[in-house]
Design a protein around this ligand. Structure first.
Ligand code: FAD
Length: 621
């Protein structure tokens, strides 16, 4: 029975059958874990998601956050689940037991975060940001700072934020104006305004710890001159108890399209000259340090996107099975024909199959990124560590941007499946689209992600990371070519992959010529095309695994020679239905998406510069 949020069978497939997660348990780092542990935690996470978090979804959206007498109040329904969530140890389970975590693989934490995020991402932002902010203190803080702040953040007693954006410094963080003045005791006086700060103020916990980017007076302009400070809402005394208010005032809480339960705040630091910050790390290392949290957060946005797409898809499938409307097209001339469930209409089936492809593809992509982070810890040789870390570097902008753009499409298609009802708040899919719509924007817009991919990531380590990814894709192609049913799809993936390799080399050559603007202009379509090929790779890799499983089942049931018997089994055997679905989705994606890749690459190579050449005045109506 579907939980209407996440297909837990598919989660298990990706973890164990596609990525072979058990490889991790053979290492010293994760030797204490087994498949049974993973299944048990997945089961517990599903219960937590369904019983505690999901009931806050619609209510949190309806009530939203309110600024009253200078304080932000979150939806009251968040309070009890938040307590249960942190008491259950869910908030920092992938961190080391030394700091209060359970040291579980990031891949496992990723899998169960999908369930939580699908249940209510606005709620999950509070523990999510806290985990990231505490991680910065763990990595760059002094022992004193860890004792003072980190443990209480990991335990969920206090929460954290990330404070980068200012009214005049959004995508261009280097333009920030917040400033820090050295004080005789080694602390800093902080002044400035940060806007759009998620979970910036709330009444879930007694204290909030803000990592704040600011420029120390006299330091150079741009990102090189930025430092990072730990700024608590309430100062913390030496014995760990709360001291006086630290002059961090909430100027506003935004009224937004979605994730309404997450308080998006304008924070004014030091209006009265009484805001004290502690330097985190060294002076002028702020951006380098904050990037650690930003990269984690970008992957988290990938997971938010997957979770919303997954929940929207699961709901759409269920609705399509129940909603009776219109007679089938092949009964057009039969006046006695009866209306059928909309799942029977070709256009609905096509939509659902594309949604399924995107959901399963971005699940494999995001889980693979998490798996790479675990593998980087598990392998011993420096070159192996570089390889796994290289995948994470390359895939981070793709996980963030491709997953979020795709998720918005999936949520929008879910509304189409519901028809007019999908547009109404009585059904949950319109909220999925509203909540998901922020994902392409924050944590660096998708436009900025694509520039990061094309301008920086492709060439990292002399292009080795990119070559390794193409190598993975080629291995999938070679394997699938050995399987009769997948040969054609493998050829389509090969053609698409070759076209992307060719375009990548073309970009590399242009980098040295006057036409260097072309890759910048086409960074977003390039990311989408590369993302499509990576989807094709993961879907085909999954289909090859599924084919092997299917052949084993057919052999066990005496159906290896009979297509008729095999088709019959789809309706009787859940595994056959599942694995057949994997094969179908890969083939569908190969024909309908991968076959368009070469043409899209050729279109970019034409070198059209119209968007640059068109006069500003011509944009006006
Ligand atoms: C709900 C919500 C929560 C948020 N949470 C946080 C948070 O917790 N902490 C935090 O610090 N910030 C947060 N933000 C801010 C968010 O990260 C920024 O909104 C985002 O980075 C974009 O900045 P901006 O809004 O100023 O847009 P701008 O930077 O003005 O960009 C506008 C458009 O121009 C494009 N653009 C800008 N520069 C370039 C360029 N060089 N090349 C190509 N295109 C460009 C952008 O891609 C975008 O499409 C949040 C925002 C929202 C709405």
């Amino acid at each position: 029975m579907s939980n209407l949020l996440v297909n837990t069978r598919d989660q298990q497939f990706v973890l164990f059958e596609q990525l072979n997660m058990e490889k991790l348990f053979a290492s010293k780092v994760f030797s204490g874990f087994s498949k049974d542990d993973v299944l048990m935690m997945q089961n517990e996470a599903e219960k937590m998601a369904l019983n505690e978090i999901l009931p806050t979804y619609a209510e949190g959206d309806k009530i939203g956050c309110e600024l009253k007498d200078g304080k932000v109040h979150v939806p009251a329904c968040f309070k009890a689940p938040y307590k249960k969530f942190v008491e259950g140890g869910w908030s920092c389970s992938m961190r080391s037991p030394d700091v209060g975590g359970q040291g579980i693989p990031i891949l496992l934490a990723t899998a169960y975060s999908e369930l939580f995020d699908a249940a209510n991402f606005a709620f999950m932002m509070y523990p999510g940001l806290t985990n990231g902010a505490a991680g910065l203190i763990e990595k760059f803080g002094t022992e004193e700072q860890k004792t003072k702040y980190m443990y209480k953040m990991y335990s969920g007693e206090w929460t954290g934020t990330m404070c980068l954006t200012e009214p005049n410094a959004g995508s261009d963080v280097g333009a920030l104006r917040s400033s820090a003045k050295r004080l005789p005791d080694g602390t800093y006086s902080i002044t400035g305004t940060k806007c759009f700060i998620s979970c910036g103020d709330h009444d879930l916990t007694d204290n909030i710890i803000h990592p704040v980017l600011a420029r120390i007076e006299g330091d150079p302009p741009g990102t090189e001159g930025i430092s990072i400070f730990i700024v608590p809402k309430y100062r913390v005394k030496d014995d760990g108890s709360l001291g006086e208010f630290n002059d961090v005032k909430t100027g506003n809480v935004e009224h937004k399209m979605g994730i309404k339960g997450s308080a998006t705040c304008t924070l004014n630091f030091g209006d009265e000259g009484k805001c004290i910050g502690e330097l985190l790390g060294k002076e002028r290392q702020g951006m380098r340090i904050m990037f650690n949290m930003m990269n984690e957060a970008r992957l988290e946005v990938g997971m938010q996107s997957l979770a919303h797409a997954s929940a929207a898809y699961e709901h759409a499938v269920q609705y399509a099975k129940e909603r009776i409307q219109s007679t089938p097209v092949w009964e057009m001339k039969n006046p006695d024909a009866k209306a059928v469930a909309i799942l029977q209409h070709p256009d609905i089936r096509r939509k659902l199959l594309l949604m399924k492809a995107y959901v399963e593809g971005i699940r494999a992509l995001n889980y693979f990124a998490a798996f790479c982070m675990d593998m980087e810890r598990v392998v011993e040789k420096a070159e192996d560590k570089e390889k796994w870390q290289g995948f994470v570097e390359l895939l981070t902008p793709i996980c963030k941007a491709y997953s979020s753009d795709t998720a918005v499409k999936v949520c929008s298609m879910a509304i189409d499946v519901y028809g007019g009802y999908g547009y109404c708040s009585e059904y949950p899919v319109e909220q999925y689209l509203r909540d998901c719509r922020i994902a392409p924007i924050y944590e660096g817009t998708n436009g900025i992600q694509s520039l990061d991919l094309v301008g920086r990531k492709l060439a990292q380590r002399k292009g080795m990371n990119t070559m390794n990814m193409f190598g993975e894709i080629n291995a999938t192609i070679a394997n699938a070519k050995q399987i009769d049913d997948l040969k054609k799809s493998a050829v389509y993936l090969e053609e698409a992959n070759n076209a992307v390799i060719d375009l990548t080399l073309h970009f590399a050559q242009l980098g040295k010529s006057a036409a260097f603007l072309l890759p910048i202009l086409n960074a977003a379509p390039y990311l989408e095309i590369f993302g499509d090929v990576i989807m094709g790779h993961f879907l085909l890799q999954a289909a090859a695994v599924a084919e092997e499983k299917l052949q084993a089942i057919y052999a066990a049931k005496g159906a290896e020679e009979s297509k008729g018997k095999q088709r019959g089994l789809v309706h009787k055997d859940a595994d056959v239905a599942f694995y057949t679905g994997k094969v179908s989705v890969a083939k569908f994606f190969a024909v309908n998406v991968l076959l368009t890749v070469k043409a899209r690459c050729e279109a970019i190579k034409v070198g059209d510069k119209t968007p640059i050449e068109i006069a500003d005045e011509s944009f006006a109506s």
